[in-house]
Design a protein around this ligand. Structure first.
Ligand SMILES: C[S@@+](CC[C@H](N)C(=O)[O-])C[C@H]1O[C@@H](n2cnc3c(N)ncnc32)[C@H](O)[C@@H]1O
Length: 417
């Protein structure tokens, strides 16, 4: 962009120069942030399957018309200024807010009944809710997030929607998380009994989860958290499980069974069927998120989005999350990598680097995308939801599968570090 058009953009947009420069450097059209285009982006909800007949009552409750999103089942758009949180339909768990592009990323996973799914950056949990809904009364979902308070909000969400039965949530670094999926425990149990014998704490079996923890347990958890906050997350530290549902497979397991890792065994056999890596990013594709900085202050934006060092760290983190997610994937399974950034550095460049280091990773075409309002990314088969044309929030999506004979867990973790 030349200095004249930059001047023009600046006069039309309430954006700080440094942000306009950031967009310019990354080839992103700043006009997506104009009030007008943000205004054109509707809000989206997903309607709980089975509630279709109550559509009229929900419209009356929300005081607006719901427009069916033809390209994505169970999604509806509504005017951006409608608040859904105070509606009865929301409070009764019949609808929840999730952008249609996010819904597309989940649907790219092709969730099938019985799948064991890993969501490596799960909080606050909109995509996790959709995965749980698609699984219904089958399979399992393991949600992981490094931010405890965000994952606690995710726990509240899945409980509110009564979706938590098949789910377990771990506070952990997604770049090093390595617990095996639930379905694999029975095989592991016999393997352990046969080959290694039972561990010391095997007599302590997980009982049904309750939010009312015994005082002794709560005190221990607080102490451990305080200790943890004084030191950086150690890669060897056990993930902290903050929720597990009745059918999640955790009840009846011992701690040593639950904390079996894929790294020490054959990941092709014991990995997850589907993995979502909705990676931490600069969120520049989310117009609504960027507009919040008008209230939060543009200096916060500079610190959170534009700090070059932070952005470099982010791309390293994104590659590590993608690599670890792939290590935990079964041969033949699907992994979806997504970010709500529009920069190439956090998307295509990460994908390219990942593919160059993982010869067993194959980029896949997303079949359903033929009717989605998205464009191809710089790399064929990757997709971009562009807020200007898709009427959704900005999102990058890439889908991979794992071919047989991948390098060992230790080898690829070493390559990514
Ligand atoms: C884009 S948000 C995920 C949104 C979520 N998938 C959803 O649909 O609601 C990225 C998340 O990554 C988490 N995160 C950042 N670094 C992480 C790490 N090293 N391991 C796991 N999660 C991480 C953040 O706390 C944040 O909740």
């Amino acid at each position: 962009m030349n200095s004249n058009s930059m001047e023009e953009t600046r006069s039309k947009l309430p954006l700080p120069d440094a942000f306009v420069q950031f967009l310019n450097d990354n080839g992103i059209d700043p006009s997506i942030y104009t009030t007008n285009s943000a205004h054109l982006t509707p809000r989206y909800i997903r309607l709980k399957p089975g509630c279709e007949e109550q559509l009229e009552a929900i419209e009356a409750d929300l005081k607006c018309t719901l427009e069916k999103v033809e390209w994505l089942p169970n999604f509806y758009s509504l005017p951006p200024d409608i608040q859904i949180a105070s509606s009865k339909a929301y409070q009764d768990g019949k609808i929840y807010g999730i952008d249609a592009a996010s819904g597309a990323a989940v649907s790219a996973l092709n969730i099938s009944s019985g799948d064991h799914v890993l969501d490596l950056c799960a909080a606050p949990g909109a995509k996790l809710c959709m995965i749980l809904e698609l699984l219904g009364n089958s399979g399992s979902v393991t949600g992981v997030d490094v931010a405890r308070h965000r994952l606690a909000a995710c726990r509240t969400l899945i409980q509110k929607y009564s979706l938590g039965d098949h789910c377990r949530l771990f506070v952990s670094d997604g770049a090093s998380f390595s617990l095996i999926p639930i379905g694999a425990h029975s095989e592991f149990k016999s393997l352990n009994n046969r080959e290694f014998g039972l561990k010391g704490d095997d007599d302590l079996l997980y009982k049904e989860w309750t939010s009312r923890r015994p005082w002794k347990e709560r005190k221990k958890a607080i102490k451990e958290r305080e200790k943890g906050s004084l030191q950086l997350i150690s890669h060897k530290e056990d993930p902290e499980m903050i929720y597990y549902g009745r059918q999640s497979g955790v009840v009846g397991l011992s701690k040593s069974e639950l904390f079996q890792t894929v790294s020490s065994h054959d990941n092709s056999q014991y990995g997850y069927d589907k993995v979502l890596v909705d990676a931490e990013c600069t969120h520049d594709g989310s117009i609504k998120h960027i507009q919040k900085f008008e209230n939060w202050g543009w200096t916060t934006l500079e610190r959170r989005v534009l700090d070059a060092e932070r952005t470099d760290d982010l791309t390293v983190l994104q590659l590590r999350l993608l690599t670890n997610g792939f290590n935990l994937l079964k041969v033949g399974g699907y992994l979806v990598y997504s970010t709500c950034s529009l920069t190439c550095a956090q998307n295509e460049d990460v994908v390219e680097k990942f593919l160059s280091l993982n010869t067993c990773a194959e980029l896949l075409e997303i079949d359903d995308s033929k009717c989605w309002p998205c464009k191809s990314g710089r790399i064929p088969k990757t997709l971009r939801f562009d807020p200007l044309t898709s009427r959704t929030s900005g999102l990058f999506v890439a889908k991979f599968t794992k071919l047989a004979s991948s390098p060992s867990f230790a080898e690829s973790a070493k390559l990514a570090s």
